[in-house]
Design a protein around this ligand. Structure first.
Ligand SMILES: [Cu+2]
Length: 161
């Protein structure tokens, strides 16, 4: 009986913590670009809005051997992408777009072709201002193009000085 009680307390606290995360960080408009046979990497895109200052520090998925958070930027007139060394900043209240040509989640070493019939589970790890980490699992639909409405918000405060 004691054992049972401990398990139910653990389950309750797990439920509580995931509930809090869901309220604090909203993930919308998510999609993964479909792949063709033999393709080993693709991008995942979404809009992330955190109520408090936070960062997306890591992503994992059972369909990929390696997942990184990338940014695209110009380097001597060549568009290059690279992993963000300190994660992706999520300023409080601001919708941060991960979209083609910008920030994206890179799925590499894919274990299967991603067709439109599949949804890809992604485990997003966030870190708040105090350094506390939380995880959120999202089921991301596979698509050959961005869903309608994504990337419609223009943001002019992206430049860091
Ligand atoms: Cu990339």
């Amino acid at each position: 009986m004691k054992h049972l009680t401990r398990i139910s307390i653990l389950a309750a606290s797990l439920f509580l913590s995931s509930h809090v995360v869901a309220q604090t960080i909203a993930v919308t408009n998510s999609w993964v670009r479909a792949t063709v046979q033999g393709q080993k990497a693709t991008g995942a895109f979404m809009t992330v809005t955190s109520k408090e200052n936070a960062k997306m520090v890591a992503v994992s998925s059972p369909v990929a051997g390696l997942v990184e958070i990338h940014e695209m930027k110009m380097d001597k007139d060549v568009m290059k992408m690279a992993a963000l060394p300190n994660g992706l900043d999520l300023p409080a209240g601001k919708a941060v777009d991960l979209k083609p040509g910008s920030y994206h989640i890179m799925l590499m070493d894919l274990k299967l072709p991603l067709t439109k019939e599949v949804a890809v589970p992604l485990t997003l790890t966030f870190q708040d201002g105090a350094g506390k980490k939380t995880q959120q699992v999202v089921q991301v639909p596979v698509s050959s193009q961005a869903p309608a409405g994504q990337g419609m918000t223009h943001q002019h405060d992206d430049h860091k000085h």
